[in-house]
Design a protein around this ligand. Structure first.
Ligand code: TXA
Ligand code: MG
Length: 332
């Protein structure tokens, strides 16, 4: 298991060797596990797309060791990016910027922009520092599946298609990074995550909108994160997102329909759950809920659940990201 205090230097060296050789390394981050490749090696990046089964026009996030590396990847970096990086890196915030002149079309999916972040995980940072370059890493799951938050999830999803899986323990945040587009006249959140629009607004002292809320389209020509399909967050089980006062009614109806196993995921133990419903371990308050969400969705699939009834955490802080992922899963 990952010991967060002692970095295994031989594992780090092995990871760097694999990356330099054009191989794939699954890396722990604070959000979800990433499937990493040398971001400047087109063949290695193409392997990431192939292993994930991801369309070539869905660009990857480039992970860097620190903000000093930002200008290797991005051009015309605005002061807003430096301020956000100073406030939140390392951390679960991805900046969408104009791409630098030496960045390949492969990693950006042919877009004029690039997504960059510094992850907050000691093992990922050790690998990034030792490697020196950027590591392109999408979540380490097959395209359209739930993101992995443990090394075991990665192994069960990707098997031998990944050359090395680094085990850094369970991800502490549990949902993907916030993506903020800084290429337009105003910053716009394209994907909600642990860093809320309110916190971005506080640092920038200007309003940061959330796309899909009242945000204007991006200046970079609809650079809306193309990886935001509902299916990205959906388990095999059909997800029903319900208010707590509807739970009984929905469970009773699903049991009566007799279409297969019915399970419940909620922040706390709920009273009066009908017999025959599989009660998953309560997910807790928002931060805990985020950390266990994907593991619970995977557990439902392992149990062969057909209908998963979910009660969301309060829609505040990271709870907003949990609600967002549950909505997408339920829409699938
Ligand atoms: O927390 C995270 O961000 C994790 C960890 C591994 O860092 N990574 C992650 O990567 O979630 P992925 O590939 O599953 O999602 C990246 C998202 C996708 O929605 C993708 O379309 C978007 O970022 N993206 C990347 N580059 C972009 C670009 N140039 N323009 C618009 N969207 C971009
Ligand atoms: Mg993903």
């Amino acid at each position: 298991m990952g010991d967060l205090t002692a970095i295994d230097e031989s594992e780090v060296a092995r990871a760097v060797d694999v990356l330099r050789g054009g191989g794939l390394v699954a890396l722990p981050t604070e959000t979800v596990y990433g499937l990493g490749a040398d971001a400047s090696d087109d063949d290695a990046v193409r392997r990431v797309f192939a292993v994930k089964g991801r369309p070539a026009d869905h660009p990857l996030i480039v992970h860097i060791a620190d903000v000093e590396r930002l200008d290797d990847w991005a051009a015309d970096v605005p002061s807003t990016a430096r301020r956000l990086a100073a406030a939140f890196w390392p951390g679960p915030l991805t900046l969408l910027l104009w791409r630098g002149p030496n960045v390949s079309d492969v990693v950006t999916g042919g877009r004029p922009t690039i997504a960059v972040r510094v992850p907050d995980h000691p093992l990922a940072l050790a690998v990034l520092r030792a490697f020196g370059g950027g590591i392109a890493a999408p979540s380490a799951n097959r395209f359209g599946k739930v993101s992995p938050t443990t090394a075991a999830h990665v192994r069960s999803d990707l098997g031998d298609d990944v050359d090395l899986v680094l085990d850094g323990g369970p991800c502490t945040v549990g949902v993907e990074s916030t993506i903020v587009d800084l290429t337009g006249p105003r910053p716009v959140v394209l994907r909600v995550g642990a860093i809320t629009a309110e916190r971005l607004t506080d640092v920038l002292a200007e309003p940061v909108l959330v796309h899909g809320g009242d945000a204007a389209p991006s200046a970079s020509g609809g650079a809306l994160a193309p990886g935001m399909l509902a299916s990205h967050y959906a388990p095999e089980a059909r997800v029903h997102l319900v208010d707590v006062d509807e739970v009984d009614e929905v469970l009773v109806a699903l049991l009566a329909a007799d279409e297969g196993l019915v399970a419940l995921l909620a922040p706390t133990v709920l009273p009066g759950v009908p017999d025959g419903v599989v009660e998953l371990e309560p997910a807790g308050p928002p931060e805990e809920y985020a950390a266990v969400l994907y593991a619970r969705l995977r557990q439902a699939d392992r149990l062969g659940v057909r209908h998963l009834v979910c009660v969301a955490p309060p829609a505040e802080g990271i709870g907003l990201a949990v609600v967002d992922r549950l909505r997408r899963a339920a829409a699938h």
